[in-house]
Design a protein around this ligand. Structure first.
Ligand SMILES: [Zn+2]
Length: 65
């Protein structure tokens, strides 16, 4: 799943400037979950990128009690 969104920039929120966000999240057929996020404000040039990949173990499916 990927999407983009307009949020309020945390650095120039007083001016109500929008922050562009792009993100993608999903799991592939091997059980790898990846999260990709980026944000950019064209007013103050603030940008932030976050990427996280985790392999989810397919064994040891113990029931949660
Ligand atoms: Zn800004």
């Amino acid at each position: 799943m990927s999407a983009d969104n307009w949020a309020i920039c945390p650095k120039c929120k007083e001016k109500n400037v929008t922050l562009r966000e792009d993100y993608e999240i999903g799991m592939d057929e091997f059980g790898t979950l990846s999260i990709d996020y980026s944000a950019y404000c064209k007013e103050c040039k603030f940008k932030y990128k976050y990427n996280y990949i985790i392999s989810i173990p397919m064994e040891d499916k113990k029931e949660i009690v």
